[in-house]
Write a protein that binds this ligand. Sequence first.
Ligand code: 13P
Ligand code: SF4
Length: 321
Amino acid sequence: MINDIQYKKPSISTRKDITEQIRKLKKEKNAILLAHYYQIPEIQDMADFVGDSLGLSQEALNTNADIIVFAGVHFMAETAKILNPDKKVILPDLNAGCSLADSCPPDLFKKFLKKQPGHVVMSYINCSAEIKALSDVICTSSNAVKIVESFPKDQKIIFAPDKNLGSYINSITGRNMVLWEGSCEVHDIIKTEAIIKLKEENPDAKMIAHPECKAVILALADFIGSTTALINYTVKDSAKKYIVATETGILHQMKKNSPEKEFLIVPSDEICACNDCPYMKMNTLPKLLNCMEQETPEIVLSPELIEKAKKPILRMLELSK
Ligand code: 13P
Ligand code: SF4
């Protein structure tokens, strides 16, 4: 049973065997494997496309594959399904959720919106399909500023669910968006003390951070951006060492692109020396193989919900061109 083997790391020969089977199934089934940068290296290396949330949505919109295999979390696979109602969208583990998406339950959000009429509703892509359906436009961390600036200066805006990303956008754009009080458990826990210690020990290192981190962390950063933007920065920038304030999975592409550089992930607390997103890391090679063989678990959404959630996503994709 797949649940019995999911937490055991397969041996090297088994891993090779599994990756070969996955590659074979991709061809046979005309499936595309999309992976986020927070996935384990073995999955990233097998993917047809590895990217940030915006890149993954753009890729999902343009694919000719019959099946989309999403190695990421639930809201990402859901977005791919909303953009491709006629395709089968599967993900290795249906429990791969997101603490940030979970921090915004639709019932409470509806009440919140009712209390504040006359606002445009802009939601970060890290939210459920129900929240997307209640929104006017979606954004990711790579296009949020651009999307806010597409609205007139005096437009009242509600931003959900990430208060950290929201306050960062407010600080960049000079807007005063009303923020939903949600956050990501992986980024929100990162502490200034850990960064200051790393900075003291590595005075030659630059600090880079994802905008889901708190404002006090972002204030210490030399560069702030989405996962793709952070990777690109380390490729183009001249420094040799980086303190990285985001999830560990990102180090794989950073090291691949710049093997001569050093990357130091900011530990989330004294006991745990890693910032692994527990949801992203639910996807394993055996589960990926099982999901491709069985074509399950599948993302299923009602046509009505797809119809409502699609509009704000397409608006974002249009504004991102
Ligand atoms: P990116 O769009 O920057 O990849 O962010 C996704 C995410 O979940 C960050 O926690
Ligand atoms: Fe959600 Fe945070 Fe994990 Fe990203 S890192 S998927 S925001 S819990």
